[in-house]
Design a protein around this ligand. Sequence first.
Ligand SMILES: [Zn+2]
Length: 349
Amino acid sequence: MELVFDGHNDVLLRLWRNMKAGGDPVAEFAKGTPGGHIDGPRAKAGGLAGGLCAIYIPSGELVLKEPDQNGHYVTPLSVPLDHLPSLTTALEMASIALRLDRAGAWQLCRSTADIRKAIDAGRFAAVMHMEGCEAIDADLDNLEVFHAAGLRSLGPVWSRHNIFGHGVPFAYPMSPDTGPGLTDHGFELVRACNTLGILIDLAHITEKGFWDVARTSDQPLIASHSNAHALTPVARNLTDRQLDAVRESGGLVGLNYAVTMLRPDGRDNVATPLSDMVRHIDHMVQRMGIDHVALGSDFDGASIPEEIHDAAGNQNLVAALKGAGYADAELKKLCRENWLRVLGKAWHE
Ligand SMILES: [Zn+2]
């Protein structure tokens, strides 16, 4: 089994929703739950050793717009969120992450040494990530507190606009160049992340925002859960020019398992073969090299191929990559080591 450290999941969102309906997040993660993609037992079964766990403020259930007769769709951007209710939700999700750590259900990791120690001990290695920074105030006065609570990665925007920048819609086919990039507050946020050692994630940001971060940040460029626009032209995927910039910066792109971002037709259809996942990995490896490609499943945040089904099926992708000719040393980089390298860089280790 090739253990995987994965760049993006929404398990905190699922546990938070269940908690609001009376569930116990610690018991659900430790003992397992029906539905969803990740819990402790299924992660163990699929060799999912850890990953970046998102604090994400839901916009309500995202329903993709129905494609027209050409298979084209443009789902309107979600409406912007207010700061204070977003802060409340973010604190509740951060609390779940800390409770899981306190109970020993997972280990909340603040360094790559923490991640390696957790993996060696067989504990799920969780890193706290924030996907869209509606919970952060314009003056960044609360960023230190989130950092102290374990926040080590953030994406300034999700697929909606906020005070830091602009996100791309879920649309097919569409260029990622859909609007403005970072705001002045967004540039300040990038500089603060560079200072504190918080990874900056470019998933969901407009192409202009991508280039704004590229010319401002001193970190490797990271898109934690995005694929190749050349193969699936949704606005969420990266163009070859963007992939080239990721390579030049020493960064990486994590393969998103969302079927809408893998299939050539961009449809929400879970009958998506593993070969579509391998094609995106192949393209990104050819374009950037084996050191700049990793995994970013989007478990608990997207419709994924039925052959994966949930975290327990994660090794089916590893087997497909093996079958496509990837050697063990290459699989190790794709599955874990590339993520650990870029995290160490962003965290000033
Ligand atoms: Zn996402």
